[in-house]
Write a protein that binds this ligand. Structure first.
Ligand code: F3S
Length: 398
């Protein structure tokens, strides 16, 4: 792998121990994947933030680092709402450790707004062709597929290393040849809303880490594409997909049709909705926002909850910045008894373990809840989930 003179100096420790460690990680990855060198990145998104997932060892690793990131860098969701952790039922000990992790990242100049949807945030505008070092799998999928930017699925340490150096190794999805679709997916039915999460759930299991090219009957919205990519990255390891005539690379590049075609039918989409649908448990939480909700999604949920009162715990996960930009929507949602939860999510927060069952509108969460929260999960549209939350007209209740 070719290194510039300055990169050689960093590798030799002439710019301090932290940068030396950081470039060692990037060079090791570059060597493994046969990169020709390091390329500049526009931003980094760093996973490995929740104390639930990184524990004391992770906290110690981050605390030992010194220096400052060279490009805008932001964190993945933490284990709690950084302001309202008490309302989530988080213990004081967990909150203290979580705050130490956040402070350690802040010391390195990392933006401590914790989200898996950095592309909604000011300072993280991402454009076609930008090179990035992002870690969270749904953010990676969205950046590559919906925006047409270029990032590998970085681990937390490699994303932080890339942020500190301002570069990443040039391999994988940074290169044209790895962005060509290698399996075609024809969907034989009309889709709407959470159907896209169900489609991603099924497709991910079939295609693993390949690059699918979808042929759809509908034109999905950006929120629907977000749900599709998140699920595929969870049940498979899809970091890039294309939708014929919709996602930007299919409009700029003439791809050949892959030789393999898989057809997905309506009953396969329905199967996802059937998961655990017969299990009822009153100690159930309803959780939205995997990936974190956009302003449009918050508005839609608010409309469904207007003048209603829920009779079980409902979380709507989003970033603090999106919540702060939409105070009236948040207010309408919270009047129903549902809670807008920022900086965290139902998967990386330990608070969701306090329930016996979770209903979600996300294929990614459906897949992760049993392993990460140790409870069964079921799936529905946003409307199904609101119905499950027992949302009753407020006047009828009184
Ligand atoms: Fe985001 Fe948490 Fe889902 S990080 S994609 S909301 S698992």
């Amino acid at each position: 792998m070719h290194l510039t003179k300055e990169e050689e100096q960093i590798l030799n420790g002439e710019h301090g121990e932290t940068l030396q460690k950081a470039i060692e990680i990037l060079v090791a990855l570059g060597d493994i994947y046969d990169a020709d060198g390091l390329i500049p990145i526009k931003s980094a998104q760093i996973a490995g933030v929740s104390y639930k997932t990184i524990g004391d060892a992770g906290l110690e690793w981050i605390s030992d680092l010194e220096g400052e990131v060279k490009v805008p860098a932001i964190l993945n969701p933490a284990g709690m709402d950084l302001e309202n952790w008490n309302e989530m039922g988080i213990s004081k000990d967990f909150a203290r450790k979580q705050q130490e992790i956040i402070d350690a990242y802040r010391k390195l100049g990392v933006n401590t707004k914790c989200t898996c949807t950095p592309y909604y945030l000011e300072g993280f505008d991402t454009e076609y062709g930008d090179h990035l070092a992002w870690s969270e799998s749904s953010a990676v999928s969205y950046a590559n597929s919906v925006i047409g930017a270029r990032t590998n699925r970085e681990g937390g340490p490699s994303a932080l290393s890339a942020a500190l150096i301002g570069k990443t190794a040039n391999y994988g999805y940074h290169l044209d040849e790895n962005r060509i679709p290698d399996v075609s997916i024809t969907v034989d039915c009309e889709l709407t809303g959470s159907d896209y999460g169900a489609l991603g759930y099924q497709t991910g299991m079939m295609v693993g880490n390949r690059v699918p090219l979808f042929h759809l009957k509908n034109t999905p919205s950006s929120d629907e594409l977000k749900a599709l990519g998140a699920s595929m990255a969870a049940t498979g390891a899809v970091a890039l997909y294309h939708v014929d005539g919709v996602t930007p690379e299919t409009q700029n590049i003439r791809f050949e049709q892959p030789s393999e075609n898989i057809t997905i039918e309506a009953d396969q989409i329905q199967e996802v909705y059937n998961t655990n649908s017969d299990i009822q448990n009153s100690d159930e939480i309803i959780a939205f926002g995997c990936p974190h909700c956009s302003g449009d999604e918050l508005e839609y949920i608010a409309q469904l909850l207007d003048n209603k009162q829920v009779d079980r715990d409902v979380w709507i996960c989003t970033s603090k910045e999106v919540a702060d930009k939409n105070p009236q929507i948040v207010d309408r949602i919270e009047k129903s008894g549902a809670m807008v939860v920022c900086d965290t999510c139902m998967i990386v927060s330990p608070a969701s373990e306090n329930y016996k069952m979770m209903m979600v509108n996300s294929g990614k969460a459906l897949n992760y809840v049993p392993g990460m929260c140790k409870i069964p999960s079921k799936f529905g549209s946003i409307k199904d989930c609101i119905r499950e939350a027992g949302a009753n007209n407020r006047n009828n209740k009184n």
